[in-house]
Design a protein around this ligand. Structure first.
Ligand code: 9UX
Length: 71
């Protein structure tokens, strides 16, 4: 299981954070997705054999936000 953090651009309210969280949590292979609105970060725990970092970034982008890889 891999855990990665992404800086999220475009979130301005708690509802935005919920949207990003749900969009990533529903992906097959994701076991945990949590957004910190204050720091504008998304932390995702997922199975690398089922999902790539790009898949997560695409899901966030499809939801209307942008996920930048964070270290
Ligand atoms: Mo409310 Mo967040 O319209 O975009 S969901 S600010």
């Amino acid at each position: 299981m891999e855990a990665k953090t992404f800086d999220i651009e475009g979130m301005t309210c708690a509802s935005c954070a919920q949207t990003v969280e749900k969009a990533t949590a529903k992906l097959a292979g994701v076991s945990k997705a949590s957004v910190n609105l204050a720091t504008e970060k998304l932390n995702v725990e997922y199975d690398e054999s089922k999902l790539s970092e790009q898949d997560i970034q695409k899901a966030v982008s499809d939801a209307g936000y942008e996920a930048l890889r964070n270290v």
